[in-house]
Write a new protein. Structure first.
Length: 165
């Protein structure tokens, strides 16, 4: 195996080990970051930039740098600023939320976002959205156990990555 492939393999293996330890060894005292939230900003067709923020003051400062006066922007939002100064707000994707250590809100997540959860594929994500829509949302995360295909083991696996938002 060429040395570049070995380094990629070793990096991937280390990431996998870290993930498995964090998910399956809950007794470890993982330090959380000093940041309370993240905002993703894209200007026109440029690549998005994710900003870690500690408080509301930093959020307001960031928004002013981009000339955004939207009062309804919150942590976890993805903001697209168009050349015509139009501002479009959505959520940071599920994959990116998990990578940043942010929970995925089961009351607002799309099927694609839910597929970022460990052990959740397209069909199970679809069932979650169907259950949510037919029950006016989730009142507690344990309601996921009512969905066919989510047992106690799978629920415990995804529990650290979800909230009710």
């Amino acid at each position: 195996m060429p040395s570049s492939n070995k380094s990629v393999f070793i990096t991937a293996l280390c990431c996998l080990l870290f993930y498995l330890c964090k998910c399956y060894i809950p007794d470890l005292n993982w330090k959380s970051t000093e940041y309370s939230t993240y905002i993703e900003v894209s200007v026109s067709k440029s690549l998005p930039v994710v900003y870690p923020l500690r408080n509301e003051t930093e959020l307001r400062h960031l928004l002013s740098l981009y000339g955004i006066s939207e009062p309804s922007i919150n942590g976890g939002d993805s903001i697209l600023v168009r050349k015509d100064k139009g501002v479009y707000v959505s959520q940071i994707s599920g994959k990116r939320r998990i990578a940043l250590g942010m929970p995925i809100g089961i009351n607002s997540a799309s099927i694609e976002d839910l597929k970022a959860l460990p052990g959740i594929g397209t069909e199970l994500a679809r069932r979650i959205v169907e259950y949510r829509n037919s029950n006016n949302g989730f009142r507690k995360i344990e309601e996921l156990l009512m969905i066919k295909g989510i047992g106690k083991k799978r629920f415990e696996r995804i529990k650290p990555f979800i909230d009710l938002n």
